[in-house]
Design a protein around this ligand. Structure first.
Ligand code: SF4
Length: 688
């Protein structure tokens, strides 16, 4: 392992762009961050989250000693590492002895390195022998992943280098707001931009064309646009014949989605839909990209499928400079779903119910395939089952804050409180950690080596740049210590290089094949695109150029149909709530809310509402507004402006509040909750 030294080239702690940055530390311990120009994703740019990331390393909110409670009602007090790990191991053994292996559960995170995600999946299935493991990426990427796997036989966020986007004449972005979530992405948008979003976001403000559908109707919009593409002669018949299957069925499925019907459902004028299709269809190179706005629905997988169908009809996927891709959100949202911390998957992006996959991974792990558990509950279903009859009684949380980030968060907090044992590994006392019986303080991004896989499927080496504070341990060391206490002294190394070498073997032959990637290869350049099946393989920047990784090599059209939101507006709850992000904050805000500059830029939640609604409620910007759904109530200051539809309010989800309201209705294929639309009542709040 390389020695720690100054000015280390590494990557941002936050989003999936994984901007390259140098981290240097002076003799006085002051840490400076400067952007790298050798990483194509950011090419010298950072957003305000990246520029201020040094404060994560030096901030006073850092946990540096394990904490535990003598009783559930008692306070968290410092304990030794041995004491903390002994308590966790004893607690896990106790619930499993009484209730069976699945009484212990694991909840991972999309910010964990590939090494951590891999070892966590192995720990759950080998050391705990539980199938109850899932992660917060289920709330992020699962709909796009399910749709891409169904259509292409592979889910790699952008199946092309991000630099290809700059050459596209038109980019359609459905439900993505890169100007706030990952601003350096904007430098890759050079042609016409079509944005689909119920709000006029900062990204929509830059668009050539902004389509503003009612929340929960993106699928109908895509069906209407496919109808237009087919009836106006934009379907690329040569491409469809040569590279796809199922077009006739998809075409039949949109036969009745004439544009006027789509306008009635979505509120988007026919002329604008037509303009969008023409911008795509007349472009020499074009791309369709989806984000959480289109994906976080109880029909998210079908919505993404509808956009993929449109892209296939136009002949885009697999054509140089064109394609379909999705915007991965979390820093390792891509790698996090490839290595086995997902309830239904094993390393190499293999299905856990595939006998050949089980045999391969079991051989690497030195266990009998019959001893590997089967698929477990998806993230929300897992959280919902905690502490119930037949549900898990102990939960280990790594790098996640579900008390804020889960839908119907008040209910989830109740389920967490019902556990016999809640253990949280984190480097700050998040809302979830504050509820825990045992808190284990961990190292973070620039304090440890590890690999990340960015939104392009490019595997990067995130190098250690500074020494961690004394008292903390890496997540790998935590897993190592727990595994040893559970009778597995071997097989759970705390060294990231050793874990990565095993991950390479476990992934060999899988869809996400990392077997040809070594730390040395990716240390020397800007990373490698998986699959990389051999050490002399150059990586696969554009995996769909010649064929799709389906049995017949063809991409699949899948007919889908629109359905209303799981919860529509009515007399009692007459407005839609949609949620999203702001520039200064990341995910549940556990990290960014502890950085003074970011808090100053964006100090708290708010309710964005249209001036017409504000007038009806007799509120002006700054007045306190109460928003209620069937699941909870929250209050926040109003922010009045015309950027949002008259029937919709928006709340950012970086603070506890928005997710007290959201609806956990799940997509049947991806198990994604319906974060992006629910019915709410909005009132002027009267101060006590
Ligand atoms: Fe780049 Fe994302 Fe970090 Fe901002 S948060 S600097 S966009 S990786």
């Amino acid at each position: 392992m390389a020695p720690v030294h100054q000015g280390e080239a590494t990557h941002c702690p936050y989003c999936a762009l994984q901007c390259g940055m140098y981290v240097s530390e002076d003799a006085g311990g002051a840490i400076t961050i400067t952007p790298r120009h050798d990483v194509p994703a950011n090419d010298g740019a950072l957003c305000q989250k990246g520029w201020t990331a040094a404060a994560l390393l030096t901030g006073g909110a850092r946990l540096t000693t394990p904490l535990a409670r003598a009783s559930r009602a008692g306070p968290l007090v410092p304990v030794s590492w041995d004491d903390a790990l002994d308590r966790v191991a004893a607690g896990l053994r106790a619930v499993q002895d009484e209730h069976g292996p699945d009484a212990a559960a694991v909840f991972g995170g999309g910010g964990l390195t590939n090494e951590k995600a891999y070892l966590l999946g192995k720990f759950a299935r080998v050391a705990l022998r539980t199938g109850q493991i899932d992660y917060n990426g289920r709330f992020c990427m699962s709909s796009a992943a399910a749709a891409a796997n169904r259509a292409f036989g592979m889910d790699r966020g952008l199946p092309f280098p991000i630099t290809d986007i700059a050459g596209a004449d038109t980019v359609m972005m459905a439900g993505g707001n890169v100007a706030e979530t990952m601003p350096p992405f904007l430098r890759h948008l050079r042609g016409a931009l079509v944005v689909i979003d119920p709000r006029r976001t900062r990204t929509a403000g830059r668009a050539t064309l902004h389509l503003q559908p009612a929340p929960g109707t993106d699928l109908a919009l895509a069906l209407g646009m496919l109808h237009i593409a087919v009836t106006e002669g934009y379907a690329d018949q040569d491409y469809i014949a040569a590279r796809t299957s199922g077009f006739a069925e998809a075409r039949a499925s949109v036969a009745t989605w004439w544009p006027e019907r789509a306008e009635r459902v979505t509120g988007v004028p026919v002329a604008r839909m037509r303009e969008a299709v023409h911008l795509l269809g007349d472009a020499g190179k074009a791309m369709i990209i989806t984000g959480r706005g289109a994906e976080q629905h109880a029909k998210g997988a079908d919505t993404v499928t509808a956009y993929i169908n449109l892209a296939l009809a136009l002949g885009l996927p697999g054509r140089p400079g064109s394609g379909y891709g999705c915007l991965t959100g979390q820093g390792n949202g891509q790698g996090g779903r490839e290595h086995g911390q997902k309830a239904d998957q094993l390393p190499g992006y293999r299905r856990i119910d595939d006998p050949a996959a089980r045999a391969h991974v079991a051989a690497v792990w030195g266990v009998d395939p019959a001893d590997l558990p089967g698929p477990g509950r998806s993230a929300y279903e897992l959280l919902d089952a905690l502490g119930t009859e037949g549900g898990p009684k102990a939960l280990l949380v790594f790098g996640s804050n579900p008390a804020v980030s889960a839908p119907r968060a008040g209910h989830v907090a109740g389920r967490l409180a019902a556990l016999d044992l809640l253990v949280v590994c984190d480097f700050v006392l998040s809302e979830t950690a504050a509820m825990a019986d045992v808190v284990l303080p961990t190292t973070q991004w620039a304090e440890e080596h590890g690999t990340m896989t960015n939104l392009e499927g490019r595997v990067l080496l995130r190098r250690q740049a500074v020494a961690p504070p004394s008292g903390v341990r890496s997540d790998l060391a935590v897993i190592n210590g727990l595994a040893a206490r559970l009778g597995h002294a071997d097989g759970f190394s705390a060294d990231p290089g050793t874990v990565f070498d095993e991950l390479r073997r476990a992934s060999a032959g899988g869809v996400a094949d990392y077997s040809g990637i070594t730390y040395e290869r990716i240390a020397a350049g800007p990373g490698l695109f998986w699959p990389v099946p051999a050490e002399d393989h150059p990586g696969t920047p554009r995996p769909f150029l010649d064929r799709f990784p389906t049995p017949d090599g063809r991409a699949r059209f899948v007919p889908v149909d629109h359905r209303p939101p799981a919860e529509d507006v009515d007399e009692d709850y007459p407005y839609y709530l949609t949620t999203g992000r702001v520039l200064a904050h990341y995910q549940s805000g556990a990290q960014t809310r502890r950085i003074a500059a970011l808090n100053e830029a964006s100090p708290g939640p708010y309710v964005e509402l249209h001036p017409d609604l504000a007038e009806r409620l007799e509120v002006v910007s700054g007045d306190l507004v109460r928003v209620s759904s069937r699941r909870g109530t929250t209050e926040a200051p109003a922010r009045v402006g015309p950027a949002i539809r008259r029937d919709t309010v928006f709340m950012p989800f970086h603070w506890a509040g928005a997710n007290l309201l959201t609806n956990p209705a799940l997509d049947p294929l991806s198990r994604m909750p319906e974060f992006k639309v629910c019915a709410v009542r909005v009132e002027r709040a009267v101060p006590d």
